[in-house]
Design a protein around this ligand. Sequence first.
Ligand code: FES
Length: 105
Amino acid sequence: MKKICLLNDIPDREARTFSYDDNYSMLVYRNGDNIYAYINSCPHAGVPLEWNADHFMSMDGLLLQCGTHGAQFEPPTGKCVYGPCKGAHLHKIDTKIVDKTIYRV
Ligand code: FES
């Protein structure tokens, strides 16, 4: 397992960016004690999703949104529910929380 961050490093119902590999970053979304992590690459055109640094959420705060063409994704599933890649999914990264620390597994 590789440590990502502490659970409390991510504000509730927001996402933050972390390094993944030489080509991609990953985004980690928190909802209480639940964490959902994805490669930070939109299935539409392969660009990072955030509007500005660590700014991933739609106006209503419920969905992850791509800043380029506005695709919106369900945080728990990574499924695009609105926009040009509707039905596509973000690439999920397996994580685990141990003692309030988030790990990539
Ligand atoms: S690149 Fe994300 S919606 Fe087009």
